[in-house]
Design a protein around this ligand. Structure first.
Ligand code: SAM
Length: 178
């Protein structure tokens, strides 16, 4: 499985970014997101979207994000602009996380050095400063080799029908073919 952990959250300022970490994790194939306990809006929005657009996907809070990284039972990748190129490390990460619970860590403000040390890999999506949401999206797409784009979500109250123009949304039933 793949869990995304958001390290740090400044209420108000980070609300949208933290929410987008959760929504991007869900949309791009992760199984779970963990938010700092003060990210209550992001937790609620991510759960609400999962309720409406389907899962399975879990969102849960933690009182100790850094403690969770240190104590994680499985491989840990930390996304950072200072890390090694994703394109050079992703093959190893795929091979070494088979059958295990992979933790993908993204930061908000300055990330404690403990996290760099606790991670099995510090990985950069380029070595340019940008965004945790962008880094997460590219990492997950590389990790899943694009297969996440074809994922279908279960128990959805709403499903978007792809259209060239306009907005089409259905309310699927369980008996409806995928
Ligand atoms: N200045 C902070 C530091 O030095 O730790 C990082 C701030 S950055 C806006 C927030 C997060 O985005 C980082 O913790 C990292 O997870 C992610 N990020 C930004 N640029 C990245 C890159 N080029 N590769 C991977 N992750 C990146």
């Amino acid at each position: 499985s793949v869990t995304v952990l958001r390290l740090g959250h400044r209420p108000g300022r980070d609300d949208r970014m933290t929410t987008h970490v959760g929504l991007t994790a869900r949309a791009l194939g992760a199984d779970e997101v963990i938010f700092p306990a003060n990210a209550t809006d992001a937790l609620e929005t991510t759960r609400d979207v999962t309720e409406r657009f389907g899962g399975p996907f879990e969102a849960r809070p933690t009182d100790s994000p850094v403690g969770d990284v240190r104590g994680w039972d499985g491989p840990v990748v930390h996304l950072t602009m200072y890390g090694e190129p994703v394109q050079e490390r992703v093959g190893t990460i795929q091979a070494e996380s088979v059958g295990q619970d992979l933790l993908v860590v993204v930061g908000s403000e300055k990330v404690p050095f403990d996290v760099y040390e606790a991670a099995d890999w510090n990985v950069g999506v380029t070595n340019q400063p940008h965004s945790e949401v962008a880094a997460l999206a590219v990492f997950l797409d590389r990790y899943f080799d694009g297969r996440e784009l074809d994922r279908t979500f279960e128990n959805a109250e709403r499903r978007v029908v792809p259209t060239a123009l306009g907005k089409e949304v259905t309310e699927p039933t369980d008996s409806e073919p995928e």
